[in-house]
Design a protein around this ligand. Structure first.
Ligand code: 5GP
Ligand code: MN
Length: 326
């Protein structure tokens, strides 16, 4: 049996034997983070286990359709500690944010993730880098626990499969992902409302931000690199939130001939969040790691101190070095 297969069995056993779980995911959660966390919460409910989902931030509006999202507690309002916990879609302990402070000393923590950069920070680890989404790992756990991929479980887990594969378009769109989606649809899942709410729907604020951001798009490295700087001022003028900026990087990556697309978001003067995406050859997780971040081969991120212009220059230099190698 491979190491990962054994990790699946151990994780399922942990969930079967323990009770009263604290469930946590990464800060600025995306569809896979929330889908896998709320999906596991729904699976645990089906086998009669208690769990509490805690997160330090308000939930993104885009995912308000996810079953159970209205029962996510803020760290501040949680006045107790937990002895058993699960983190989902977090590559390292820091990504969990302040929710991790709700763990009792000596608490057991199951780390479920699919990032190649995962540092196995749990007391128990289920890290499957072959999985296209953390939701895919939770689908397998559901199977091991005898819970069908139907109803609320399916809505949550389909969401992460859909968003982490870019709507079944990216290179991580495997036959296994399609089989799981097919199984869910066979069991009654309606796919369009999920695609609409999770990805396609835009607010007026998002469209205004998009217009402002696209006006700033630039190219480099003879057209192999495209990037969009998003200034703090543009964010303030449009009233856009962090969540509103998440799709912008795709406009840089999707340009004809581009290998690496980047988005630089000035979170506040002096601090810039960088999103990196590549198409075929460049490992952007390596570039992000050089700046203290991480992620996957084709999607990674980091946060860099410095002015917007300076961070753009530093990261572009690193990207151009990597593109030159490819
Ligand atoms: P995004 O650009 O959408 O924020 O992130 C893309 C991918 O990179 C995500 O899968 C996320 O896990 C990873 N990522 C983004 N920011 C960071 C970071 O600061 N540290 C680490 N380790 N990974 C990140
Ligand atoms: Mn993920």
């Amino acid at each position: 049996m491979s190491g990962t297969a054994e990790e699946y069995l151990r994780a399922a056993q942990f969930l079967r034997e323990k009770d009263d779980f604290l469930l946590m995911t990464h800060i600025h959660p995306d569809g896979d983070a929330l889908g896998s966390t709320l999906g596991l919460a729904a699976v645990l409910a089906k086998i009669g286990k208690r769990c509490t989902v805690v997160h330090e931030e308000a939930m993104p509006r885009r995912f308000s359709f996810l079953p159970g999202i209205d029962r996510v507690h803020s760290v501040a309002e949680c006045d107790r500690r937990f002895r058993t916990a699960v983190s989902l879609d977090c590559a390292d302990r820091e990504r969990i944010g302040t929710a991790v402070e709700l763990l009792d000393e000596g608490a057991e923590l199951l780390n479920i993730d699919h990032h190649a950069t995962n540092d196995r920070f749990g007391s128990l680890n289920l890290v499957d880098v072959g999985a296209s989404a953390t939701c895919q790992i939770v689908c397998e756990l559901a199977r091991l626990l005898g819970v069908p991929l139907a109803g609320d479980v399916a809505v949550c887990l389909y969401t992460g499969l859909f968003t982490d594969t870019g709507g079944f378009r990216y290179g991580n769109t495997t036959s296994a992902v399609h089989r799981l989606a097919a199984e869910m649809i066979d069991l009654g899942l309606n796919p369009y409302p999920i695609a609409d709410r999770a990805v396609e729907m835009l607010t007026l604020t998002q469209v205004r931000l998009l217009a402002g951001a696209l006006a700033e798009l630039r190219t480099g490295a003879g057209g192999l690199v495209a990037y969009i700087p998003v200034s703090f001022r543009l964010l303030q003028e449009t009233g856009a939130s962090v969540e509103d900026t998440q799709e912008l990087v795709n406009y840089a990556r999707n340009l004809e001939g581009v290998e690496v697309g980047l988005m630089f978001r000035e979170e506040e003067p002096g601090r810039v969040k960088v999103s990196l995406r590549s198409k075929y050859t460049v490992d952007v997780s390596k570039i992000a790691a050089r700046f203290g971040g991480g992620g996957h081969l084709r999607a990674a991120g980091c946060t860099v101190e410095g002015s917007l212009d300076r961070v753009v220059q530093r990261v572009l230099d690193a990207v151009e070095e990597e593109v030159g190698r490819g």
